[in-house]
Design a protein around this ligand. Structure first.
Ligand code: HEC
Length: 115
């Protein structure tokens, strides 16, 4: 009997969580790839001076391969690796900061594969 009560209250707690989540999602639309890129990556990877990622990549690969969004050699696995593991001076990002879904959107934006 106790177990049934417990299970019932757990189920309603879970339903409550689902409900709140649903309401949240409706109030705040999920940020798109561009917005996420600007939030997490642009400070270091935008074109022009003052962006350490761009600067380092210019040193490593030449000026024509320094802007992340314009690079031909960048692909989805490399973006995953750099973001989750970090890359030279670039810090890694945890899934609590950038979720897997958000990472996919960022990658699509960088690779210009739509969203
Ligand atoms: C604090 C600065 C910083 C931030 C923020 C940052 N990066 Fe980086 N990133 C770097 C640096 C520095 C490198 C290494 C360049 C080098 O040494 O060649 C790099 C390298 C990379 C590379 C490897 C490129 C290559 O081919 O070598 C990828 C991919 C990348 N970053 C993606 C991202 C993405 C996506 C984000 C946002 C989620 C991001 N970075 C945020 C600084 C940063």
């Amino acid at each position: 009997m106790r177990l049934i009560v417990l299970a019932a209250s757990l189920a309603s707690a879970a339903a409550g969580l689902l409900l709140t989540h649903h309401v949240d999602a409706q109030e705040e639309p999920e940020p798109g790839g561009q917005e996420l890129f600007e939030m997490w990556c642009a400070d270091c990877h935008d074109p022009g001076p003052g962006h350490p990622g761009t600067l380092r990549m210019e040193g490593d690969f030449g000026v024509e391969n320094s802007v992340l969004r314009e690079m031909q050699a960048v692909n989805r696995p490399l973006i995953h690796l750099a973001v989750r593991r970090g890359f030279a001076m670039m810090p890694p990002f945890r899934p609590t900061e950038i979720s897997d879904e958000e990472l996919e959107r960022i990658a699509s934006y960088i690779l210009e594969e739509g969203e």
